[in-house]
Design a binder for this molecule. Sequence first.
Ligand code: RIB
Length: 306
Amino acid sequence: MQASVVVVGSLNMDLVTRTERLPYPGETLFGQSFGTVHGGKGANQAVAASRLGARVAMVGCVGDDAYGLQLREGLLAEHIDCQAVRTVSGSASGVALIMVDAGSQNTIVVVAGANGCLEPQDIKSFDEVLQGAEVLVCQLEVPVETVGYVLGRGRELDKIVILNPAPVSGPLPAHWYANLDYLIPNETEAWALSGVTVDSLESAELAARRLLAFGARKVIVTLGALGALFVSARRVVHFAAPKVEAVDATAAGDTFVGAFSAALASGKDEDEAIRFAQVAAALSVTRAGAQPSIPLLRDVQDFAAP
Ligand code: RIB
């Protein structure tokens, strides 16, 4: 099977606690619930793209522990090609410690585990998987040299290259930008990459213009309740956010990126793809957890045409 969307990134087991409010440093609180949920930004984006209609392959690493097996089986159950998911012997799988409060806000601490073992050599070994892609998607939960290699290889192969710069820890290597067809940051990431504080549509446009000046072809800043702002050299378009009752924002950004990739791969134009991705992301915040919250294609179609 040739995948139309190839996602290179992390697979994590999310250890999720719900609490009335987030604790202060040094404080102990009672939580309301605890659960293990399949997550990881890469895997979430792969699941979103698959549930929303794309043929998807995942490139990444899991540990040789029970979580690793469960994460792989979870992706296979979503019809995702996992031939390029390597099991790293002697390593634990990635985990994310997540707290979600009653207002649907979350805090996340990620321990990379096997995700930190994904090397450029892994990508070279599975070059035919990349060659089959129309759309290539990366985030920043695997080593930066690997992400850099994938972006460059994607450009050489003339794929549609998408980077979701999450989680962000500082500026990106300058030479990456010329390889990016779409850079999709949220407000915080746009600020970290551009130096512009993003708290309005105007500031989002200013930040996006800096990122274009660095060399990205197109930037989509996701702005939560403010919607999304698309900026290219030719046009600026604001897309208002669909209104929903938020339960848990975990993986909303991942759902947007996966849905956008699937929509582009299916031939939708970028405006249609952004609207489609917004509906998918909005539906994801109405449900708890990372992968369990990601909607199916029919959910998005029903929402768009009630
Ligand atoms: O974006 C949400 C994801 O971030 C979670 O699933 C968690 O694993 C962390 O990677």
